[in-house]
Design a protein around this ligand. Structure first.
Ligand SMILES: Nc1nc(=O)c2c([nH]1)NC[C@@H]1CN(c3ccc(C(=O)N[C@@H](CCC(=O)O)C(=O)O)cc3)C=[N+]21
Length: 265
């Protein structure tokens, strides 16, 4: 098992970010202030401080909703990009927000961005999917003709990655929670990308020599980070692995900032 870590990707992203000469302002919208949302916000704020990027960190309360959010946004000026940290409160209408957010979309949120992705324009790709692509590019993987399985079917990982991989002429299978015969299917794949969020779910019986595995899962149990794949059980296989540690999650924040600085519309 060979572990591919993010060190070099991070180094290159930081170099690129430091080259930027223009002052930029990021809008972060959230409605809950704990768990993974808070963890991500703190990671973003820390990097923004490091790179002297202005931030509007706006936390809405649970009795506010999409109308309050859009009203607030329409009064703001000089925003260069936004991210809405999910989930929002269930009373906040995502559809309304996807139709009405007035700023540059950095995390594949708006219907316009989602529509572009369907049309092979990946400039507003969600950052988690973008970070998976950064690893694929870093590993120099030729996707043409490859059998790729994506174990995730949501709007920020599975569906955008499906469109991207398809555009690169891979043969893509997207799993969902009802997918059957997974062992047989995963075993026959060239590349397996997992984001199910169940610790150590995929073990040795799913894999074989020569495969490339990208584990996007991050489950915390008693403060310890686990991926979807049981690394210990596959350690003797000849596999290239992007593990959950020093993996996809470790570059999403920098990728977000890269998009803020270099993708203006
Ligand atoms: N619209 C939206 N997009 C998201 O991508 C999104 C979201 N909402 N809601 C919450 C979850 C959670 N999530 C995290 C990502 C990185 C760290 C994190 O800690 N990153 C560290 C590094 C961690 C490591 O080194 O592995 C960093 O970037 O410096 C935490 C949490 C994103 N999410």
């Amino acid at each position: 098992m060979k572990i591919i870590n993010s060190d070099k990707i991070i180094e290159n992203l930081i170099k690129k970010i430091k080259k930027n000469k223009y002052k930029k302002k990021l809008l972060i919208i959230s409605q809950i202030n704990k768990g993974p949302v808070l963890a991500y916000k703190k990671a973003i704020l820390k990097r923004c401080e490091e790179f002297e990027i202005d931030v509007v960190d706006k936390l809405f309360s649970n009795d506010q909703n999409h109308i309050d959010i859009i009203e607030y946004c329409n009064k703001l000026s000089n925003i260069d990009g936004f991210i809405i940290l999910q989930p929002l409160d269930s009373n906040t209408d995502l559809k309304y927000l996807r139709n009405n957010m007035p700023f540059n979309d950095l995390d594949g949120f708006t219907y316009e961005s989602l529509g572009e992705i369907m049309d092979k324009d990946f400039s507003h790709m969600p950052q988690t999917a973008r970070s998976v692509i950064k690893f694929i590019e870093y590993m120099n993987i030729d996707l043409r003709g490859k059998d790729v399985i994506v174990a995730n079917s949501n709007n920020v990982i599975g569906k955008p990655l499906f469109m991207y991989l398809n555009s690169k002429k891979a043969t893509v299978t997207m799993f969902n929670s009802k997918s059957e015969n997974q062992i047989e299917k995963v075993k026959n794949a060239d590349i397996f990308i997992s984001a199910i969020g169940i610790a150590n779910y995929y073990d040795k019986k799913y894999f074989k020599d020569g495969q490339i595995l990208i584990d996007v899962g991050t489950s915390y149990i008693d403060g310890v980070l686990y991926g979807d794949i049981d690394y210990e059980s596959i350690s003797s296989l000849n596999i290239d692995l992007v593990s959950s540690k020093k993996g996809v999650a470790s570059i999403t924040t920098l990728s977000l900032i890269e998009s803020l600085l270099y993708k203006n519309s």
